[in-house]
Design a protein around this ligand. Structure first.
Ligand code: BGC
Length: 709
């Protein structure tokens, strides 16, 4: 849209106080349609005649603001009266967050256009301009990491003029992503006193969003609430792992009963500590509210093992808790960033659980916008710093669009990202010390791999190995992308062949689990059987345990089950001792942890520095459960499940398993059940299916089937 309105800000800065911009106006006549278009330098909440406009929390969301700043449009026809007041509250949000590099010292800017159409064709605009007023709101402080402070006694503060900002509108784009809103309400499981004498509310579930409370108070009573994910080994409140994020909710009461929830920030938490609270708090006074991007649930899984089912729930909660407009590493500490590596690792699982096409398309738009002229990809998107270009992190530029294409069958995302995808390959070619490999650069390596030398976060897998393996994968995806877009793939087929051949000459042996895994899943080994045997030996040699980090873990079970070691893949999946997916479940996890030993056997913590309890990366194991255990796989010739391959790999220890995926063609279902000394398979397919059951391979027309073994 062509903006006529001007950016405005309070004429005088208000410090930490969130300004509320107001405009009063009359309407005379029957209104046929009224639409409010609005965005802010920060996050906003609009009210028209005291009613909340829309339900978007943390609007306008987070994008690469310099290039792409979203605005939202709301139909407010039904909200207008004769005399009206439009008030828009603006907080710091991401735009004016502590990372500083976005827009240091920027004012709380607002731009809005209300277009009113009357019956009979007359129209009118209410535009942000010099006629608006600003006043201090009850929100005295609000920021992403430190939380929010409100004073209920502040109402109708004196109004002051606004000033017009010298700021253009060329970068404004209409809402591209999913709407972020309140989606679930969780009541506390209990309120208790810790050994240290703290009053703590336990919601029984780690959640991203905020707490709503009701209190009967006297004017000036103060409430102070701290947030935490876990209790320490003595059962006391613990949030040192939030690092510099204070994550506090403070509120000054007015007289009487009142209900409050933060309006311009969010927290990641399971527990809250009532540092100050008037009267006797009761369970019913508190509700935790989940805030995340709206996503249609598409995947379901259940099996005969309660711990795996809990792990699956944890993965779903992890996705909801970290898909708040951008895919974040974690929702609680002083990061909450769109880390590319984490998103790349989890995207397959994300696509099964929910429809995330729109969510990722918007994020990929930001990635393309933030991509450096060299083709380099910043470590997190939206980018806010200078750092960039780690293998497996920057590879999100090719892996994410390709996965979206495979899962949803729409080549539009590939077409839109094609230049960005090519740019990443070109960046590697320009950065490497050796042609057809990627050598001599610094990366995150196999981040958090357990074979890391003491004191290091990086596993022992060679960085040149990882980078070169992902370069091969990148060229392969580009060749396939050309095919999908009807372009000539020859250049990338050739590049891929050259990388593979040089890789084989350079890396003649593999030294870690992750090296074996990458060599297998990226088709780099000339002898898959030998490499798989070596991987199996390494795993059993380590006590039938994984040692892989961010790079190897998402592919580990695939490397095993696709090369004859399905039983070993299940050994790892079902393992309950550290390190394993189920160990955190034994420790009461309700989301997926950043570290396999975030809480150690004796209840102590891994470290305060890097210890998130809601990090979805290792939840990527559910991609394996959908594709290998249940065996539901997209087909490259007919992506988006226009055709499907169903090749379940059962294991008696689970007893039974069922999974389904809601595709554009209908629900695909795969179940297997060990019963009466035999094995029963159930398959429902809305679309032609190529099926493999044990050694048998055959085609099925759409329908519902049962097979016995
Ligand atoms: C994040 C990770 C991220 C990593 C990069 C961490 O601080 O939380 O998940 O991928 O940095 O190595």
């Amino acid at each position: 849209m062509d903006w006529i309105a001007k950016w405005i800000a309070p004429a005088e800065p208000m410090g930490d106080v969130c300004p509320e911009f107001c405009r009063r106006f009359s309407c005379d006549g029957e209104i046929s349609r009224a639409v409010l278009s609005v965005t802010a330098m920060g996050v906003y909440e609009a009210r028209l005649n005291s009613g909340r406009v829309g339900n978007f929390v943390m609007a306008p969301g987070w994008t690469s603001y310099e290039f792409r700043h979203q605005y939202q449009q709301y139909d407010v026809t039904e909200m207008l009266r004769g005399e009206n007041e439009l008030c828009i509250l603006v907080g710091k949000g991401w735009y004016r967050g502590p990372w500083g590099s976005i827009k240091p010292g920027q004012p709380a800017g607002l731009i809005a256009e209300l277009k009113i159409e009357y019956a009979g064709g007359r129209g009118e605009y209410i535009l942000t301009d010099g006629s608006w007023r600003a006043r201090e709101s009850a929100v005295r402080f609000s920021e992403l990491y430190n939380g929010e402070r409100a004073d209920a006694r502040v109402t109708n503060a004196p109004e002051m003029p606004v000033k017009i900002l010298e700021k253009g509108t060329d970068n404004l784009i209409q809402q591209e992503g999913e709407v972020v809103c309140e989606q679930e309400r969780v009541k506390p499981r209990r309120i208790f006193s810790t050994p240290a004498g703290e009053t703590v509310v336990d919601f029984g579930q780690e959640i991203t969003g905020y707490v709503e409370f009701t209190v009967n108070a006297r004017d000036g009573d103060e409430i102070e609430i701290s947030h935490a994910e876990v209790l320490d080994k003595n059962g006391n409140f613990y949030n040192d792992n939030y690092r510099s994020a204070k994550a506090k909710l403070c509120y000054v009461c007015r007289d009487g009963e009142q209900t409050y929830k933060p309006r311009l920030t969010f927290f990641g938490f399971r527990y809250i500590r009532l540092d100050r609270f008037p009267g006797e708090p009761a369970v019913n006074d508190f509700t935790a509210i989940l805030v995340c991007s709206v996503m249609q649930r598409t995947g379901y899984m259940r099996c005969g093992n309660a711990m795996i089912n809990r792990l699956y729930e944890n993965v779903l909660w992890g996705q909801r808790g970290n898909f708040l407009d951008v895919p974040t590493d974690c929702p609680q500490r002083d990061e909450r960033l769109g880390w590319t590596g984490d998103a790349q690792v989890f995207v397959k699982t994300a696509c099964y659980n929910y429809n995330v096409k729109k969510f990722f398309s918007k994020w990929l738009g930001d990635m393309a916008a933030d991509q450096l002229p060299s083709g380099g990809i910043p470590h997190f998107i939206p980018a806010i710093g200078e750092k960039s270009n780690s293998a497996a992190w920057g590879d999100a530029a090719v892996i994410v669009p390709w996965q979206i294409y495979m899962s949803y069958g729409d080549s539009a995302v590939l077409a839109r990202q094609f230049e960005s995808m090519k740019g990443w390959a070109e960046y590697i070619a320009g950065a490497t010390k050796d042609e057809y490999l990627w050598t001599g650069c610094k990366h995150f390596g196999d981040w958090l791999g357990l074979d890391a030398p003491a004191g290091s976060y990086t596993g022992s897998t060679r960085e040149d190995f990882i980078a070169s393996a992902f370069y091969a994968n990148c060229a392969d995806i580009l060749a396939r992308t050309c095919g999908a877009l009807g372009k000539d793939p020859a250049e990338y087929i050739d590049l891929h062949e050259k990388i593979v051949s040089k890789f084989r000459r350079t890396f003649t042996e593999y030294t870690t689990q992750t090296e074996d895994v990458l060599a297998l899943v990226f088709g780099l080994t000339e002898d898959p059987a030998a490499t798989a045997a070596e991987l199996a030996d390494r795993i059993t040699g380590a006590g039938t345990a994984l040692q892989t980090g961010f790079v190897g873990t998402p592919y580990l079970l695939f490397a095993l089950s696709q090369n004859g070691y399905t039983g070993l893949a299940y050994d790892l999946l079902l393992r309950t001792e550290y390190p394993s997916w189920l160990y955190p479940v034994t420790k009461g996890a309700t989301t997926v942890w950043e570290h396999w030993d975030g809480i150690m056997e004796d209840g102590s913590f891994w470290s305060a520095d890097m210890n998130s309890f809601n990090h979805y990366a290792y939840g990527s194991v559910m991609g394996w459960v959908y594709e290998e255990a249940a065996g539901i796989q997209p087909v490259e010739e007919a992506p988006g499940f226009e055709k499907v391959r169903i090749a379940p790999k059962p294991d008696k220890r689970l007893g039974w398993l069922e999974a389904s995926v809601d595709s554009a063609y209908g629900r695909i279902f795969s179940g297997w059940y060990y019963e009466n000394e035999g094995l029963r398979y159930e398959i429902h397919t809305p679309t032609p299916a190529r099926v493999r059951l044990g050694e048998k391979e055959f085609d099925l027309e759409p329908g519902k089937y049962m097979f016995f073994e």
